[in-house]
Write a protein that binds this ligand. Sequence first.
Ligand code: BG6
Ligand code: MG
Length: 217
Amino acid sequence: MKNIQACIFDLDGVIVDTAVYHYKAWKRLANDIGFDFTEHQNEQLKGVSRIASLNLILGWGNVTDKTEADKLELATRKNEWYTEMISKMTPAEILPGAREFVQSCRDAGIKTAIGSASKNTPTILAKLELLSFFDAVIDGNSVTNPKPDPEVFLKGAEALHVAPSACVVFEDAIAGVEAAINGGMKAVGIGSPELLKEANIVVSGLDKMTLEMLEEL
Ligand code: BG6
Ligand code: MG
C-alpha cells in the first residue's frame, strides 16, 4: 500500500450503531421537558457533541429559559440514561465487516485509529472488546474543537506519526467528512451518497470496503 499509511475511523455509526441509544435517551429527556422530536431530526445530531446536540434539541422544542447550569444538568441526565444502555452492549453489536476491515488494514501494515466526538468512547470500545485493537484512540475527552474542525483527526495522524495526506478517514456524518477534508485527508463516507457528497467515495458499510478501494482514492 504505497499512498495510504493510516486509516482513522469514526466510532458511532461506523464501527457501532449507537445512534439508536442516543435517540432513545434524548427523546426521553425531551419528553420529560414536555415536547418530542422525530427520528428524522435525530439525523442532524450525528457527529455533533453532547452539548451542541442538547442546544439543537432545546431549539426544536422552543425551550429558551435554560441557564448554562440547567443545560449541564440536562446533558448529565441524558448521559446517565445513555451509559446505562451502552453498558449492556456486546461485541455482537459491532457493525458488519468493521472488525474484518480494520484487521485487514493492520495485516497490510496500515496504522489504525479511532477519531470520535464521544466522551464515552473508552466505555464503548471496552464493551465491544476492541480497546487494544487500534493503534491510537482520540475522542471527545482529548479534543476542544468539534468536527468539522479537523482537530480530532489531526491528533490521530500525529499519534500515528503519519502525514495527514497519507490518512483516510471513515465517517458517517457530514461534519465528520468535512473535518477530514479540512485536515487534508481523504474521506470515505459511510451511508448515503446524497448526504455525504464531499467524500471521495461512499459505501453503505465497512463490509463493502476493500484494500484495493483504498489504493484508488
Ligand atoms: C458522536 C455521536 O460520535 O458523539 C453524537 O455521533 C454524540 O450523536 C457525540 O452526541 C458525543 O457523544 P457523547 O457520548 O460524548 O455524549
Ligand atoms: Mg459518527
